[in-house]
Design a protein around this ligand. Sequence first.
Ligand SMILES: [Zn+2]
Ligand SMILES: [Zn+2]
Length: 78
Amino acid sequence: MTIDYKCARCFNVFSDRHFFGYVNCGYCGEEMVICDAVNIEYNNNYIRGYCLNCDNDTTVYKCPKCGQFINAKLFDKT
Ligand SMILES: [Zn+2]
Ligand SMILES: [Zn+2]
């Protein structure tokens, strides 16, 4: 059984994930964008993410409040 949490700041629902971040892909919609969760805090909470499904890359943002990962290109819809 997996317990899901929901963050009040970024509205993400997430489970325990520590070493890699997974976010939804803006191209294919799958939650298969992987990023390096260990080093992201040394990059102003932004790091390059790479979709394992469709091979597109994107920018992943780590929420400083809950530690969850977000696809920054989805988050900043303009
Ligand atoms: Zn959050
Ligand atoms: Zn994709």
